[in-house]
Design a protein around this ligand. Structure first.
Ligand code: ZN
Ligand code: ZN
Length: 356
């Protein structure tokens, strides 16, 4: 059972960090460690086990979902019961997920407990996915692929950017997705030069590129894929930008494997684009990890990052954005393996013509 492995992992963290307890307040971290998906919970991990505090609305749900963890039904303010379950000594708090107000309340209620700031401890476990997580991400990618494939073969059908985004979402839900992984981007023509464009109620123009960035969510896990489709004969600048972006994307994908530093992948793609004289038009990082969050570790950028390991799930998504002309981004989702990667997005990346 993978939850047992995750729970053992967080037990090791207590030892490594010399903590008597870890107070987990991030709901995704709680979900990862216990299976609980409610919207109000605090998880206390100690060397002797785990206690989940939640309120009466979630009593039945917690009973059904939570694995190998005691459940305490507290009042709406979970802090009221916290002193009963946090031992004296050093208790880690997740500084990225605790407001200053909540920290002050914790300090008030937990006399005799030293609150120790911690950062990214459970996220560090989440960065390498187990088999169960990989299967959910594969399914989310499959569902998004089918919806995107339908768009490619049917064309935009006279839909606006916004209506296309809505259609894609509906198709993914019909296929079993619980929703989108993030707000879908459909950006035609000059609008495609905005990396995070918001779909508008305007028709898709002909003879240009349309950026479609989408993902599904299945049992909490996200997928992420971008294809840039041509709606006719392209202006030479966009034709060239597409070819360069694709070469960069393939070069980075070919370099994906366990043991490679995320920085190297970023620079592999960036070099191809810079060598073509388009370096200034690629303004974001190469990619990011995907899991319970759409953007999570590892970060594939020029700064920071980490050595990739088998079981990490990353996007590889260079882009070239020409203001006033249009944009291109090509994004695959891949599982890092010992000798390469397993690409989960199957819609071809060759320049594909579709109808408006
Ligand atoms: Zn994306
Ligand atoms: Zn992405």
């Amino acid at each position: 059972m993978s939850l047992a492995v995750r729970q053992a992992g967080v037990g090791d963290i207590l030892q490594d960090e010399d903590l008597d307890a870890l107070i987990v307040t991030d709901l995704l971290n709680i979900r990862y460690l216990t299976g609980f998906t409610g919207s109000n919970g605090v998880l206390v991990v100690t060397s002797s086990g785990r206690v989940l505090l939640t309120d009466a609305r979630y009593a039945a749900q917690a009973g059904a979902q939570v694995v190998d963890t005691d459940v305490v039904i507290a009042g709406r303010d979970l802090m009221d019961r916290l002193a009963d379950v946090v031992p004296r000594g050093r208790a880690g708090i997740e500084v990225e997920h605790v407001t200053v107000a909540r920290r002050d309340r914790l300090a008030e209620r937990l006399a005799g407990v030293d609150l120790m700031p911690t950062s990214g401890l459970v996220e560090g476990l989440r960065v390498v996915k187990d088999d169960e997580e990989l299967d959910l991400i594969r399914e989310a990618a499959r569902v998004a692929d089918l919806a995107l494939g339908r768009l490619v073969s049917e064309g935009f059908g006279g839909r606006t950017e916004a209506a296309t985004a809505w259609a894609l979402e509906g198709w993914m839900r019909d296929l079993g997705a619980e929703g989108t992984a993030f707000d879908i981007i459909v950006a035609g023509g000059t609008h495609g030069a905005l990396p995070h464009a918001v779909p508008r109620a305007v028709p898709i123009p002909g003879d240009t590129l349309v950026v479609v960035d989408m993902g599904a969510r299945v049992a909490g896990y996200a997928s992420d894929c971008t294809r840039t489709l041509a709606t006719g004969t392209l202006p030479p600048a966009l034709d060239e930008a597409y070819a360069v972006c694709l070469e960069a994307q393939r070069a980075a994908l070919a370099a994906c494997r366990s043991g490679t530093h995320s920085k190297e992948l970023d620079s592999t793609a960036r070099k191809v684009i810079a060598d073509a004289g388009l370096g200034e038009y690629f303004g974001h990082g190469l990619g990011h990890g995907v899991g319970l969050e759409i953007h999570e570790r590892p970060w594939l950028r020029g700064e920071g990052g980490e050595v990739l390991r088998t079981g990490m799930v990353v996007t590889v998504e260079p882009g070239i954005y020409l203001e006033g002309v249009g944009g291109v981004r090509i994004e695959d989702l891949a599982i890092i393996t010992d000798d390469g990667c397993e690409v989960l997005t199957r819609v071809p990346t060759d320049l594909t013509m579709t109808t408006t």
